[in-house]
Design a protein around this ligand. Sequence first.
Ligand SMILES: [Fe+2]
Ligand SMILES: [Fe+2]
Length: 356
Amino acid sequence: MTHLLLVDDEDALRRWERRVLESQRYECKEAVDVPEARAALAGERFDLALLDVNLPGESGIELLSEIRTEHPGTAVLMVTGEDDLSLATRAIELGAYGYLVKPVRAGELLINVTNALHRLRRETELLRRVDSLENNREVAERELRSALHTNGGRTSDPIALLESETIHRLVRLAEFRDAQTGQHLVRMSRYCELIARALELEDSFCRQIRLASELHDVGKVAIPDRILLKPGTLTSAERRVMETHTEIGHRILSDSGSELLQVAATIAHTHHERWDGTGYPRGLSGTEIPIAGRIAAVADVFDALTSDRVYRPAFPVGMAVEMMEAERGRHFEERALQALHDVFGQIEAIRREFGD
Ligand SMILES: [Fe+2]
Ligand SMILES: [Fe+2]
């Protein structure tokens, strides 16, 4: 049985919500204000809470952030009389699964509740998978360490093997969520290595950037489906949410003792920064952007332009190069872009070998 908590000080509306939802076999509990809702949440587990924004005393927005931190297994939908974009954005940023403006129609209410519950289940499942991946990694690492210990260290760098395995498993996880996969990651990561070699960076870094760049968009695992998989153009509020994949990716990968994962964290964080400072998330410019991020930007955009998209076919290579040339010193660092030209023959070979 799915348990819902309905929080609204308007009796008529709350009872209407209850009637509509109970007709679909949801079990509902009502609360007229924040203290009553808090007491209900302390007493039992809810799958979803419908919160009014304007409640007497404390606001529904405060309750929203409280629920998302203290009861992460409870999804929240906001229901409000105010058709206010900035309020809606704030609610989404705080973790609301949706934002309904009164008067709400029965169908609309039910669709939003179904969607929110569906997303909650997907996210719970995803978290479970991340946990088990993490456990697998710990077990494998322990076993390898003990194997290394017993054979007197003869195994050739098992930690490096583990690191690359971790990366590949995380990539696999990210692929469950990213619509734009195909061979993008294979091509993009190889382009990164070629560019790094053309820039005469150290051999170990060139190998690292190839593996690490495969995780550049791993943060997309946390972007809601309705934004990540939206077929049309994103609204500016949705775009802001989408852009957080850089920070989320960084959070997932940072603070690692592994140099490889550190490079991956840097790339996830900085691959959408632009040389002239107009990128995101931090608006870094020039050499403030780590070299791995500058290289990834060139490789990622080149592959995006030369690949088919749902909304447009691939640009011919010559045109893609011209488009990128127009961004020399703006979006892209001159040297990194020049490096792409220097290894163009090899880039083309990769494009042919790993075409979609
Ligand atoms: Fe990205
Ligand atoms: Fe990409």
